[in-house]
Design a protein around this ligand. Sequence first.
Ligand code: HDD
Length: 703
Amino acid sequence: MAKKSGLSSGKPATVHDQKLQRGAGGELHQLAGGDIPVLTTAQGGPVADDQNTLRIGSRGPALLEDFHFREKIFHFDHERIPERVVHARGYGAHGFFETYESLADYTRADLFQRAGEKTPAFVRFSTVAGSKGSFDLARDVRGFAVKIYTKEGNWDLVGNNIPVFFIQDAIKFPDIIHAVKPEPDRGFPQAQSAHDNFWDFISLTPESMHMIMWVMSDRAIPRSFRFMEGFGVHTFRLLNSKDESTFVKFIWKPKLGLQSVVWNEAVKINGADPDFHRRDLWEAIQSGNFPEWELCVQLFDQDFADSFDFDVLDPTKLIPEELIKPVPIGRLVLDRMPENFFAETEQVAFMTQNVPPGIDFSNDPLLQGRNFSYLDTQLKRLGSPNFTHIPINAPKCPFAHFQQDGHMAMRNPVGRTNYEPNSRGEGPREDPVRGFRSFREEVDGPKVRLRAESFADHYSQARQFFNSQTVPEQKHIAMALTFELSKVEAAPIRERMVAHLLVIDEALGAAVADKLGMDPLPKPADAAVSPRDDLPASPALSVILNGPESFTGRKVGVLVSNGCDAGLLKKLRAAVEKEGATMELVAPKVGGVEASDGSRLPAHHMIDGGPSVLFDAVVLLLSEEGAERLTGEAAARDFVADAFAHCKFIGFTAGAVPLLAKAGVAPDADEGMIALEGASAIPGFIESCRKLRLWAREGSVKL
Ligand code: HDD
């Protein structure tokens, strides 16, 4: 059967095929007939020749009369829409949200009323600063935008993988984004914060210090969308049927645990596979390994808000999970990729103001500003106020209103009545009981442009975050700051930034200054509120302390050569798959290798195209002869040296030793080097892999 939308019948094209015809230029083209539909113009007119424009003679000028050519080129010329001003590079998937228990005591939101109810959802993950075509592993915040198509309207939880934000007031959003995007005179750097404009703005904006610690941590280089948390950031309200309010913060927790890569690895992944994150999500969903997150809520009342150390309306602060435990209330499963990237992932329009009855906003000034911005941007991007007519944005529940006309209106009211009230009893009317009601908050005060004093402590939670990291993670933060500031040309900016770091943590500031060659140390920044020392470490803030319990969802790269042990490979594959992980073969040629039993093993990658940075752990399954040959290949030596430098577990056969030697890695360097002398060593290797990395090695490796 030919596909409905395309011309491919799946059969190889040959001149003997009845449906092929040789054109005037000798080219082959397929003709309609049988189950192959006729190509038409957008007006439905059948097309006779799609290979040649209409012209006078075979070498003469083209004719304006060629409506088919004009329509085709016209449409092509207008294929692009403006990319998102932020979060331009993203990747989406469909799925569902399943409610665990009724939350009726707290909210009347319909999707939270019935245990076990499934509600369709669409999620788009993104980076923030880079353009649509930028690479996936930039050091950046990741967007985590979820649209849940509830029976009472779409709920968009437009979050990030970081629970706080750079700024406290939406009026600063254009400034922070201008500062991080490519500098306007030169148009670079792309998808990077490592440049003067960004650090100039940041060093003049102390409220960003907490977020900066997150962005300089491994959170900003996640291994996979599947292994990161999502946060609604702001405090929202839940309202029950009596309109009683409970404050809430939303957190998505990945079932497969947290995992990040290291910076040196991120840089190399961007070269080896700029689509690393989208490919990862695509492969997981296409192979039936559906990623899953639990939606957790931190619930609190006004008394807690009043007694908390920080203002719950301040989006640069979080509530430690040790203080208010996140309670799981449902799960999100992504189980289907879009059929068309543009129609769904590109055209999806998320808006913070999309909340169903039972969920309400707080007065967080960032959230209030966002509620304006998201509607505005959709008009620019999608070109019409009718963007809700695009299927990905349309509610999946019944809806009825009197909005009409405008560009690309696909639905208009029918009949004579397009207003209310009307005396004909026609059309929809409001429902004060079912309809959305805002929390009846008493608000009074002068009209001012004033930041609350309760927003003034910019360093305490930055310090708490740093103190909550493991030693390797603290080292990564120092290295990231050093790298980023080393790209800043203006020394005063570097100094101003180090002055802030000295307030957050003296040793951190001093270490970064030392690595930057800054002597003497600048004076610590003046803090409006001195940072506190008494905030306890919060283990929930570390990636390493919240890793997975198994190696499920991870990938092993096996470097193979001719003569490699077929039996061992088979057992290794079985063990990897039993763990819920996947395995890919890397070989000198993509055609594969001949294993010890004479069987042909096709490879997923040739060695140059399958560096070890693409894998969570590696195995060198080599015959001695194969290893000897590979010693001459830089890519093979890098495969080993990088895996070692990135603290990965390395399994190897005896034959692989010459390659290890050439890569400068001792077979007994540490417990992360696992000799696979026989199948009995495989369970030990898999068990080690569950730890993901041997961080103890990092001290001996200069990254
Ligand atoms: Fe935003 C997109 C998340 C602050 C204005 N934002 C956008 C997306 C995410 C976030 C995930 C991509 C949605 C998608 O995939 O289509 N933004 C956040 C978070 C913020 C935040 C978690 C702080 C807590 N954003 C923020 C502010 C403003 C905006 C303060 C403006 C005042 N954001 C936008 C926008 C975008 C957007 C310009 C660009 C494309 C879009 O909305 O649809 O309106």
